[in-house]
Design a protein around this ligand. Structure first.
Ligand SMILES: NC(=O)C1=CN([C@@H]2O[C@H](COP(=O)(O)OP(=O)(O)OC[C@H]3O[C@@H](n4cnc5c(N)ncnc54)[C@H](OP(=O)(O)O)[C@@H]3O)[C@@H](O)[C@H]2O)[C@@H](O)CC1
Ligand SMILES: [K+]
Length: 480
């Protein structure tokens, strides 16, 4: 290994272990959203395998022996699809180093009609002319374990032509396949270059644009796992200025935040509802807010994100507080419900601020003076430099440049409180340092999904807390 390779390898392995494969997140995102929108990703595996087969047919004379070395995941599935397509022209053997785990790879194997051997035939198989490397793709985690480590070493020592599927197996670790060609899917993966990947061919496997346009489960994987060395306050602190008029709204937003794993959730209320809001949940901090005291504002600004508006009312006090809070805040703010009504009278205060506004149709009319549709939302967001989440059967999310959508949910989601819940979700994600646009995609998808899960259990007779109860299980299934 030369010096550069060593630095690259060390950097990647360090990052792999610390960040949990963050570079490949975009691919996992696409995979999950594809599944959500279209069902099985098997068609993508077929396209991936087919592109590998085409590269081999183009680069190598037919009639040669091909050994298709398989790990246990979908990378192996791609390689097996290629094997089936190649076996009419080449002498193909599939080598299962240690069985298969992926259901899609098993399906590909069922459709494959050629020769299959296990690890006891490894040397015989690797004596072929061409080796297809389908051991690991983007699903690798940490250094390759046995029996793959020694398999990779044997592949590299074979002196045969090697074609890697998607990425050279083990790329970025201390034990990686060194291929002549890598057929990588959709886009170049982090760290790939000619030296470690040979000739790189980027193949389009037909992932539609909608996987990035629509909010989906793939967006939830961007939730940051807390650093084990972090201390209280580093993993999201949300200040909720709400519930001055209707106390329940502030509690709903706070419960959403509490269920999303924030470090501190604080509700700021006036005297009127202080006691009742305080009585709800011991995990929520409730602070008295006095709109005349600078100290109250300074306390709110110390949070990592703010939510202003649910159940706030439109009193004189609320109006002053909104203006001063927005004016002096350096952190992102989500403005919802009564906050939108108040904001519509003082639009100039949002200039230069990091603002997300989450109106339903009527609030949008009030805020913009225009009809609630995509075009007007884009226009308004662009003009004001903010993000708009226009709520509806399909939510429209735009920063004036990009437009995204969130679909799903059900008819029960017109119930009071779902807006407070959504605002709580979005502001919570933002408080964790997630990009605001991504936070909106995560929040809109999650809100609709928990509505669906509550519906599955109770039909049309679920209540807002049933939705809140679904948050942890949805998050836990995507955040590893
Ligand atoms: N959306 C797309 O673009 C599409 C992507 N596609 C393809 O899917 C590939 C990703 O597939 P993938 O997620 O199944 O993971 P993959 O790389 O096959 O490996 C996972 C397996 O390896 C194992 N394993 C992990 N680390 C290990 C270690 N250190 N040492 C030993 N074992 C280890 C792990 O076992 P486990 O740790 O779970 O026990 C698991 O079984 C991607 O690169 C592309 O080729 C296409 O099909 C088309 C659509
Ligand atoms: K590979």
């Amino acid at each position: 290994m030369n010096r550069m390779q060593k630095i690259f390898s060390l950097t990647i392995s360090f990052k792999l272990s610390c960040l949990g494969m963050g570079y490949y997140d975009d691919m996992r995102h696409d995979d999950l959203n594809y599944e959500y929108l279209y069902g099985s990703t098997y068609p993508l595996m077929k396209n991936a395998g087919s592109s590998v087969a085409k590269v081999i047919e183009k680069n190598f004379a037919s009639g040669q022996k091909v050994c298709v070395v398989c790990g246990t995941g979908n990378n192996a599935g791609d390689a097996i699809v290629a094997a089936e397509l190649l076996r009419t022209k080449f002498e193909v053997t599939v080598l299962l180093v240690n069985g298969l785990k992926s259901e899609l790879a098993k399906k590909a194997l069922q459709e494959y009609g050629g020769n299959v051997v296990d690890a006891s035939h490894i040397d015989e198989c690797l004596a072929a002319d061409i080796i297809i490397d389908g051991i690991f793709g983007v699903g690798i985690s940490g250094e390759p374990k046995e029996p793959y480590k020694s398999t990779i070493e044997k592949i590299n020592a074979s002196g045969k032509k090697i074609v890697s599927v998607d990425v050279p197996s083990g790329l970025g670790t201390n034990c990686a396949v060194r291929p002549d060609i890598t057929v990588t899917f959709t886009s170049l993966k982090y760290g790939m270059n000619k030296e470690n990947s040979g000739e790189i061919i980027v193949a389009d496997i037909g992932i539609p644009d909608d996987v990035r346009k629509y909010a989906g489960p793939g967006d939830l994987i961007y939730y940051p796992r807390p650093d084990p060395d972090s201390h209280k306050g580093m993993n999201g602190t949300l200040g909720i200025v709400a519930g001055w008029e209707y106390h329940g709204s502030s509690v709903i937003a706070a419960l959403a935040a509490e269920n999303l794993g924030l470090d501190l959730v604080r509700i700021y209320v006036t005297n009127k509802n202080y006691e009742i809001v305080s009585s709800y949940d011991p995990g929520i901090i409730v602070r008295l807010f006095d709109y005349k005291r600078q100290a109250s504002y300074e306390e709110v600004w110390r949070n990592s994100a703010l939510l202003i508006g649910p159940g706030l009312g439109t009193s004189h006090e609320a109006e002053i507080a909104l203006k001063r809070l927005v004016n002096g805040s350096a952190v992102p703010i989500v403005i919802d419900a009564d906050g939108i009504t108040l904001l519509s009278k003082h639009l100039s205060i949002i200039k230069g601020k990091k603002i997300v506004v989450t109106p339903h149709k009527n609030e949008f009319r009030k805020l913009t003076g225009t009809e609630p549709n995509e075009e007007n939302a884009v226009e308004f967001a662009k003009e004001k430099g903010i993000i708009i989440v226009l709520k509806g059967k399909v939510d429209i999310i735009t920063d004036g440049k990009e437009v995204h959508y969130a679909k799903g949910g059900n008819a029960r989601m017109t119930m009071g409180g779902t807006g407070d819940l959504l605002a709580g979700l979005i502001s919570s994600f933002i408080s964790k340092g997630i990009d605001p646009m991504r936070s909106c995609l995560m929040g809109t998808y999650l809100n609709k999904r928990i509505g669906e899960l509550a519906y599955d259990k109770k039909g049309l007779f679920y209540k807002i807390t049933d939705m809140i109860d679904e948050i942890p299980s949805v998050m836990a299934s995507y955040v590893r």
